[in-house]
Design a protein around this ligand. Structure first.
Ligand code: MOS
Length: 714
């Protein structure tokens, strides 16, 4: 018998799927060998607003290997299609090629299907589209009269902010802006779709299989049971693979029309116009405090944009409802429809951008108060979520700030900018507080036990996905923990919508949900085996022996975990604090992020190694918001200028040398039975403010518009 390795939850084991990934054996959505497969290529509009006059596809159609060109003329009419403004949700139907209207630059206007990828690519350039072009709406400032409130929950008010501002002795009223950003995961969006007698099976890199299956079924008006989506591995998503985008619709239409499996790959350039984005935000902050640092008012007003026919909004102001104690609080969100593709969730939607505005404004207020920004935050800390009117299940924000400050050497910080120098370098320290909701959700799993030669093995199945976060590994560790089995004896099968339903990977709920679902299945398996033999629940028996007593060589059990009634009485958030040291060259404005210390309080950490990776990734993406990330809109035609990774810059190792990550030991048993919260998005939250605040401390220049490029510091 094997000795049991320390592989249960809490151990920093290597990824169980790591070897498959680095040796190229892990199969991604576009890599499955499917017989008689053909290739589809979307054709994009070259105007942002107007009408297709005509499409001449004859040249493309006459090309060798081209099977079909689908346009508004011959596309299947989808019965759920509507021209009305629709809310863009995970389950929204996704029509394509339904009419002649063009809503944004790059919208699909045709789809070419050919025998080879190259033929499809080439033919797509020969499709001639003529338009009746109109001047597109692409600037917020020219379209302000169209601003509207997207939903009742978009506004929040408590107390009287104006009265609170009058009562204040020190005030900050400032505007902060964040640009359009793109997710740019390494793996392109792709699918292989097969329509077979009314049944649809596809390989598609979707983060959430259950909602994707619903959206696809509803788009084509078929039963959900007739749709199967498979994706064992996903090469990053960052939110861009949460929703179903139109390439899935194009490939499905194509497969239905020609009766063969169809592969579609969204090119890197198409990903800029066709798979969502983080929208441009204007955030107006109003804060007031008494001289002793007591916050008297906090207002957070966001104006952003949405598509002409789809509504999505990033709730930037939500963080201002819950992070600090204040009697007077107002949060609003307004949207302006523009001829730009629909925005979508991008890592920590709302918090990543909202916390830049809030945590910058807090720093500005602390500076005006001549208070240490760590102490100012601690003074206004609270154990109650004042926005939701509920206590936090646990909140160790003060501890994160104190421990981080100590580890970082915060006491060496000079309050006055431009006083800590080294040659030409101005040295600054910055801090910010982070928070991110931990919305654990209902999750089911199936466990299959097998005994052979007295050795137990287990297979755990669920429709979870691994977007690079380590799902396989933490699920295996959970099974290891609850079945007392080494991970070598555990197989994890995920990424198939036919497996038991989970909430998928998104919103920082994946790990807590998956682990608890796996736990429930394992606990049920043991309980059911014991019950068959009338063995008390508390009695310790080897599972292999239990199976033998039951005369079983194989046994299957299901389990479901979901939030308890207790959970609903609390606000469940992860918290963190981020400390940054920057060096700014006083002549050129070039700056370097010298080091960061990040402290997180996120409940039980399932695997410190993968968790560390999550936080490092989040910090890097947060640093990207400051250093370089920005999608430029061409101001006349509404095209995007930054369309490749050559001009959409992200940080590299040289930009982020020294990062310390600390997790406070914590188990939040209100959050769920295993005490897990979530870390997927905590890392990116408020990093941008931490860096911007350090830049102010170094240079005395307050940077309110991201990204902070060096010329702004001269
Ligand atoms: Mo996340 S933006 O929910 O993938």
């Amino acid at each position: 018998m094997k000795t049991i390795k320390a592989s249960g939850v809490g151990n920093p084991i290597d990824r169980i799927e790591g070897h498959l990934k680095v040796t190229g054996k892990a199969k991604y959505a576009s890599e499955f060998p499917v017989e008689s497969m053909v290739y589809a290529q979307g054709v994009n509009s070259t105007i942002a607003k107007g009408k297709i006059k005509d499409i001449d596809a004859s040249e493309a159609e006459n090309l060798d290997g081209v099977i079909k060109v689908i346009t508004f003329k011959n596309a299947e009419k989808l019965k759920n299609y509507s021209e009305e403004m629709t809310s863009f949700s995970l389950e929204t139907v996704v029509p394509a090629l339904q009419d002649q209207k063009v809503h944004y630059y790059g919208e699909y206007v045709a789809c070419v299907v050919a025998e080879t990828f190259e033929q499809a690519q080439y033919a797509s350039r020969l499709v001639k589209v003529t338009y009746e072009e109109e001047t597109p709406d692409i600037h917020l400032e020219e379209n302000r009269e169209k601003a509207y409130k997207p939903s009742d929950s978009a506004d929040f008010n408590r107390g009287d902010v104006d009265a609170g501002m009058r009562e204040a002795e020190v005030r900050v009223e400032q505007m902060y802006t964040t640009p359009i950003e793109h997710h740019h995961p390494m793996e392109l969006h792709a699918a292989i779709v097969n329509w077979d007698n009314g049944k649809l099976k596809m390989y598609a890199n979707q983060q959430i299989l259950d909602t994707a299956t619903t959206a696809i079924a509803d788009t084509f008006g078929i039963a959900k049971e007739d749709v199967q989506v498979i994706t064992p591995y996903i090469g990053g998503g960052f939110g861009s693979k949460l929703n179903v985008f139109k390439h899935i619709t194009l490939a499905t239409m194509a497969s239905k029309m020609i009766g063969r499996p169809v592969q579609i790959t969204v090119t890197r350039q198409q990903m800029v116009t066709n798979t969502g984005l983080r929208q441009f935000n204007e955030q107006k902050m109003r804060l007031g405090a008494k001289k002793d640092g007591t916050l008297t008012a906090l207002a957070h007003h966001t104006t952003s944009h949405t598509a002409k026919n789809l509504q999505y909004f990033e709730a930037c102001g939500n963080v201002s409802k819950m992070l600090y104690k204040t009697p007077n609080n107002s949060v609003t969100h307004r949207l302006i429809p523009l001829n730009i593709q629909v925005p979508s969730s991008m890592r920590a939607p709302g918090e990543a951008t909202g916390s830049f505005a809030l945590e910058s404004a807090i720093d500005e207020l602390a500076w005006k108060l001549k208070m240490d920004p760590v102490e100012f935050r601690i003074k206004n800390d609270t154990q109650t979520d004042m926005g939701a009117g509920k206590p936090f299940s646990s909140r160790l924000l003060t501890e994160c700030l104190r421990i981080g400050a100590k580890k970082f050497g915060w006491e060496k910080r000079k309050m006055e900018p431009r006083t800590n120098t080294n040659g030409n370098w101005l040295i600054g320290y910055g801090v910010s507080a982070a928070s991110r909701q931990a919305p654990y959700q209902k999750t089911s799993a199936r466990v299959i036990l097998n005994v052979e030669n007295d050795e137990l093995t287990a297979t755990l199945q669920m429709d979870a996905t691994d977007i690079g976060t380590g799902t396989y590994t933490i699920v295996a560790q959970t099974v290891s923990e609850y079945l007392d089995l080494p991970v070598e004896n555990i197989k994890v099968e995920i990424g198939d919508s036919k497996f038991p339903v989970t909430p998928g990977s998104g919103g920082s709920w994946g790990a807590a949900s998956y682990a608890n679902g796996a736990r429930a299945a394992c606990q049920n398996a043991i309980a059911e085996l014991k019950k068959k033999k009338n063995i008390a629940e508390s009695e310790k028996v080897r599972i292999a022996d239990l199976m033998k007593q039951n005369n079983l060589s194989t046994f299957e059990a299901k389990g479901t975990a979901k939030p308890s009634e207790e959970f609903k009485k609390y606000s469940v958030f992860s918290f963190g604090a981020n400390f940054t040291e920057v060096w700014v060259d006083k002549d050129t404005g070039m700056y370097r992020i010298k080091r960061m210390v990040n402290v997180g309080s996120a409940g039980k950490i399932l695997n410190p190694k993968t968790a560390y990776g999550q936080i490092i990734g989040g910090l890097t993406m947060g640093a990207g918001m400051v250093l370089a990330e920005r999608t430029q809109v061409e101001p006349n035609y509404g095209n995007f200028i930054t369309r490749t990774l050559a001009d959409y810059h992200v940080p590299v190792n040289l930009d982020l040398a020294n990062i310390d990550v600390i997790f406070l030991p914590e188990e939040d048993k209100i959050a769920n039975e295993m005490g897990i919260k979530g870390i997927g998005e905590l890392g990116i939250t408020s990093v941008a403010a931490s860096i911007a605040n350090a830049i102010f401390n170094a240079s005395g220049k307050r940077m309110r518009d991201l990204p902070i490029t060096p010329e702004k510091l001269i």
